[in-house]
Design a protein around this ligand. Structure first.
Ligand SMILES: *Cc1c(COP(=O)(O)O)cnc(C)c1O
Length: 470
């Protein structure tokens, strides 16, 4: 007997057919959604019918109803935020992840998934130049990966002061000073809140014009720590792509008995390109790292790696089994390294993408994005009235128009025209007091001709704004 009713089979086949035709046609669509949130909510949020509907019919209608409200984030011309483009080979594997329905929290019950996920962890450690002995948890995103790194650090630092935080909690615990750059992403601040440190309690160290921590500010902050600190560094500032000076900072933190966590959500991937790896020099000496798979590796949402040098504090902080048994390699249990107990086989799409691209494909992609970001910056810099606010060392470009407050208004106008045209889609930001258009070159598909279109769209919008029309 078939495991599927004819209607269930038709529902799955219909979804698959629509998935393929959506991705085939994605470049012909305007990038922003055609309709707004209110329209979508009004259509979807009807009362739930008493009687159910056929599965195939549900899927057909779902596709029709969603059509106007989908943003083309997988397009080669999407430059907004910092988002990967969901590589189709990863998407294909993700369909199987759902179909298999594996609860990937248990290695014993789902050996094939654990095998693939361990391969992903090993390959990524190798690609990122991190020690093979690190322990890795596959989580939903860098926000959770940062939280896990902070919680592992919390465990280790309090244990050094004789306090078992997993048993006693934070009330009455010894102090742990927290140091972080003032140009850090909001995610590690959220991590500090989630882990009970409080975001406002962290000492924010001054950064240079690119957002990298100033060594003097670091030295001054470190010298005030009376107990071993948690220090959060960054690889890849969101507006500039800048890296903190790891080799200068990390040894001093360790001399003070502290823990170094690096938020490398996208920037850590620079390690795969030999010409860029120098800028990351010393980052391999940190204690924990957060890096997304759904950004630069272009895995479908959502996936990231929480990496720690010493497995014990992470397992102590995360294991839902209660006892912090030191792991041996044959006890590698996925749920011991993640906040989640039950979870989907989140690493499998990345397994497929990594096998598809190989080491050279990953290197080529990251190097290409950085070269294309430089090309966009160089070409835009030639346009009168346009300023590139960052040194384009990675894949991020911060663009402003005109001067001062008037310029901020002009920048917003240019962005609005570009986004409405819908052929290319950068998004907004703010850098060093200026409104910016931020360009993130990170989609697996983006090539040189796409950058030509991006530049010509921005130039045309700027001409239009200068001509007084919006
Ligand atoms: C995107 C990003 C994050 C948050 O990652 P999510 O995957 O959205 O949770 C954290 N830090 C930096 C630098 C980022 O770019």
């Amino acid at each position: 007997m078939s495991g599927l009713t004819p209607d269930q089979k038709a529902a799955m086949q219909t979804a698959c057919r629509h998935a393929v035709s959506y991705r085939e046609g994605v470049s012909d669509r305007p990038i922003p959604p055609r309709e707004d949130l209110d329209a979508a909510v009004a259509r979807f949020c009807a009362p739930l019918a008493v009687q159910g509907q056929g599965g195939e019919q549900v899927i057909e209608q779902l596709v029709r109803d969603a059509d106007g409200g989908i943003s083309q984030m997988t397009s080669a011309n999407y430059y907004g935020y910092v988002l990967g483009g969901s590589h189709p080979v990863g998407v294909a594997a993700d369909m199987l992840v759902s179909a298999w329905g594996q609860n990937a929290g248990s290695a014993f019950e789902t050996p094939a998934i654990s095998g693939m996920e361990r391969a992903v962890c090993n390959w990524c450690l190798d690609l990122l130049n991190l020690p093979a002995s690190c322990r890795v948890g596959i989580v939903t995103g860098a926000t959770v990966a940062n939280t896990q790194g902070v919680m592992a650090g919390r465990h280790a630092l309090l244990a050094r002061q004789g306090w078992d935080v997993e048993d006693k909690g934070l009330f009455g615990a010894p102090q742990i000073p927290v140091l972080i750059g003032d140009a850090a992403h909001s995610a590690p601040f959220a991590a500090l809140r989630y882990a009970g440190f409080g975001a406002g309690r962290a000492v924010r160290m001054a950064t240079d014009d690119q957002g990298a921590i100033r060594p003097e500010a670091f030295k001054a902050a470190l010298s005030k720590c009376t107990t071993p600190p948690l220090v959060i560094l960054q690889a890849g500032q969101i507006n500039t792509g800048a890296f903190d000076p790891f080799s200068r900072l990390i040894p001093a933190v360790h001399d003070a008995g502290g823990w170094v966590h690096i938020d490398g959500a996208f920037g850590l991937w620079a390690a795969v390109v030999p010409e860029l790896a120098d800028r990351l020099g010393g980052m391999e000496n940190a204690d924990s790292w957060a890096v997304d798979l759904h950004k630069w590796l272009n895995a479908p949402f959502d996936a990231a790696l929480s990496i720690v040098r010493d497995p014990a504090p992470l397992v102590a902080a995360m294991s839902a089994r209660g006892a912090y048994l030191p792991e041996t390699s044959d006890q590698w249990e996925p749920s011991d390294a993640t906040i989640e107990l039950s979870r989907r086989a989140r690493g499998v799409p990345s397994y497929a993408i990594l096998r598809h691209l190989g080491q050279s494909g990953v290197r080529e992609m990251v190097a290409r994005h950085c070269a294309l970001a430089r090309k966009a910056a160089d070409e835009l810099a030639c346009v009168p009235g346009v300023t590139i606010l960052n040194d384009v060392v990675l894949n991020q470009v911060a663009v402003s128009f005109g001067d001062g407050e008037v310029g901020d208004d002009l920048t917003d106008q240019v962005l609005s025209i570009v986004q409405k045209n819908g052929l290319v889609y950068p998004t907004h930001g703010e850098w060093r007091g200026r409104r910016i258009i931020r360009i993130s070159v990170i989609g697996y598909k983006t090539q040189s001709e796409d950058i030509n279109l991006l530049v010509s769209e921005i130039r045309a919008a700027w001409r239009q704004v200068q001509g007084g029309g919006t």
